[in-house]
Each structure stands twice: as C-alpha cells, then as structure tokens.
Ligand binder design. Structure first.
Ligand code: ASP
Length: 349
C-alpha cells in the first residue's frame, strides 16, 4: 500500500476565524481531518505530522526549512511521497529552499494549501489536498511520476523553484511563466513527463546549512546614491540586484563605481529581473554591458524566491566566492534555463 506523510505547517487551509478578534488564525490538524472525510476513502496509508506551533507562513523562517528537510530525511525510507500543507504567502520560498536542500531527491514532495479555510463551503482546500495526495502517490513502472519538490494549486502542478504567488484573491494563486506546468488536473491527471526531472539512481543528500547573509537592492528610476551605498556597503556577503528588463540598470558613474567597489571587497552580486517573464541577458544592452564586465552573476530566468534561497544555500555551504559565482549561473535543481527557454513565448500572463 502507498504510504504518504502529510506534514502540516499551518496556513489558511487549517485556519478558523477568531471569535473575539475576527482575524484568521491557524488551527490544529483535526480541523482538517474532520472536514475531509474523503481521506479515509483513499487507499493509502497516511500519517500526519503537525508542526508545533503551526504558523501563518508569513512567519516562515530558514530554521523551519531545516526542520522540514530533517523530517523528510528521517522519514524518507518509510514513505512513497510527502505532502506539505503550507500557507500560500511564502510557499514558493519554502519549496525553492527545499529543492536546493534535498539533493538527489527521487520521491515527490508536494506543497499545497488553499485560499479559503477548509471549513468554508466554497473552499479550494479539499481539491488541492486530495489531488496533491494523488500526485504524491502517482507511480509509473514502480517509480514516482514526479520526483521533485513541487507546488500543487488550483488544478496545476508547478516546479517549486519556478513558481511564485502572484494573486491573493483568486484560487489560481500561483504562476510559473518561465517553466511549463508539470501536470494538470482535469477529468484526468495529465503529467507533462518531458518537463519533469528524473533522478532514477539518485541518493538523497540533505543540506542543512543555510545563511541569510544577503540583502536586496531593487532598482527604480531616481534611486539615490545614499540608498545604493547603504545596501552595497552593508555587512552582508551577497546582494540580489533586482534590475529592469533583461538585467539593465542606470549607467551613472557613481552607481557603477559603487558596484565595482562592492565586488572588489568580495561581495557577491546577483542580477535578476523585475520582469516575471523572460531572462537576464547581460551585455545585450549598453545598460548591462558594464555589469557583465565587472563579473556580476546573471540570474537568467530565476524567480526572486529561487534567487533568495539559492544564495542562502550556497552561502551556507563551504564554497569559495568564485565557486558561488559559478554555481549561481549553473542550473542546480531545474531553477534556471540558460538556452532555449522553454515557454516564454507561450506564457500567458
Ligand atoms: N497568510 C496565509 C499564509 O500564508 C495565506 C495562505 O495560507 O494562503 O499562511
């Protein structure tokens, strides 16, 4: 019999309205079980692990990512797949982080949650949970169909490190414009095998050291010297620079000089685009030529969530600065495409 471990971290899926304040607060897992009697009809052996405390995912933290990775590591031999119930606000960060932490994964780790609590009549929680369980248990020739960290939400299965939350009002909360969906749930569950990672003879290696020694420099027209100086001059080891279009920035002398000085001091600078579709192409425009010359790393088509967690993962390892620069531009877990991006042209946004 298929064995699935459900890990409950919190999120709207299990929330109830506090009778005194009226705000939504996480509630214990029994609330979920009571509302999904269908679970007992599934022919799986399901075990539940509930985090304590359960949280709104806005309180998510790298320390909890380590606990999650350890839980999966400890239970890895005993289960066919894992379903993680998580708030949608930071789900893409957690899924991205785990994709880097769980090297050599060959079992499904499916994140899901919901926009409405499971106790509400119009809830999206039941479908999300039941289909996530089906995906976590799906096998072909004895092997998991989706041996990846992924996010299932509103009929679509996304690669975890390619997705981001784009909508707080629709059931369709996530998108992954730079990578095709891994599966779609309609009358049938149809898997997009060509785009699912395969790891047949992989052996799980769990990385548990993360460093949050990073800052973010978001560029906007009129950004002041003082602001750029404060961020580049801060004590952090690495800076994610969120740039315009294909990775472009202003070319003011003072701006380029500050970047150059930061790099000379050993800081790591990663260029990712503020655009959600498409890729950084350093050197395509005059406004990114000098960035390329300085050795700033291209984040290609990585999401912000993947960029943050990839840096935390790399800084937590014992890599030299040069090696981190190399690895940032290397596809480690399917988080970036360098050539022939898969579906930019087809992206509906
Ligand atoms: N604030 C909630 C959370 O991320 C939203 C959700 O679950 O969808 O925990």
């Amino acid at each position: 019999m298929t064995r699935i471990l459900i890990i409950y971290t919190g999120g709207t899926i299990g929330m109830v309205n506090d009778s005194t304040t009226g705000v939504l607060k996480p509630f214990d897992f029994n609330q979920i079980l009571e509302n999904v009697p269908e679970l007992s009809r599934l022919n799986y052996q399901i075990k539940i692990h509930s985090f304590d405390p359960i949280i709104d995912s806005s309180n998510m933290h790298p320390e909890i990512w380590v606990q999650l990775a350890e839980l999966i590591e400890d239970n890895y031999p005993s289960y066919d797949g894992f379903v993680i119930l998580h708030g949608s606000d930071t789900m893409a960060f957690t899924a991205s982080a785990l994709s880097f932490m769980l090297e050599g994964l060959n079992k499904p780790v499916v994140f899901t949650g919901s926009q409405l609590p499971i106790g509400e009549i119009r809830t999206d929680a039941k479908e999300n949970l039941i289909t996530a369980l089906e995906i976590a248990s799906a096998k072909k020739g004895g092997k998991a169909k989706v041996p990846e960290v992924c996010i299932y939400f509103d009929s679509q299965l996304f690669r975890g490190n390619r997705a981001f939350k784009y909508n707080s009002a629709k059931f369709e909360a996530f998108r992954s414009p730079n990578y095709p969906v891994l599966a779609e749930a309609g009358v049938h569950l149809s898997f997009n095998y060509a785009n699912i990672r395969k790891c047949d003879n992989c052996v799980l290696k769990v990385h548990k050291s993360l460093s949050n020694d990073i800052a973010v420099l978001k560029i906007y027209p009129g950004i002041s010297q003082q602001t750029v100086k404060a961020i580049l001059g801060s004590k952090v080891k690495a800076i994610i620079m969120e740039t315009f279009g294909a990775g472009n920035t202003p070319t003011d002398k003072w701006f380029l000089l500050l970047l150059e000085q930061a790099i000379k001091k050993g800081k790591i600078i990663l260029d990712i685009s503020q655009c959600k579709v498409g890729s950084v192409e350093l050197g395509r425009y005059e406004t990114s030529r000098e960035l390329k010359g300085m050795g700033i790393a291209s984040g290609y088509d990585m999401t912000f969530e993947a960029a943050v967690t990839k840096l935390m993962f790399l800084l937590g390892g014992s890599f030299s600065t040069e090696r981190i620069y190399e690895l940032l531009e290397t596809d480690l877990r399917g988080e970036l495409s360098k050539k022939n991006p898969t579906n930019w042209k087809k992206a509906v946004f």
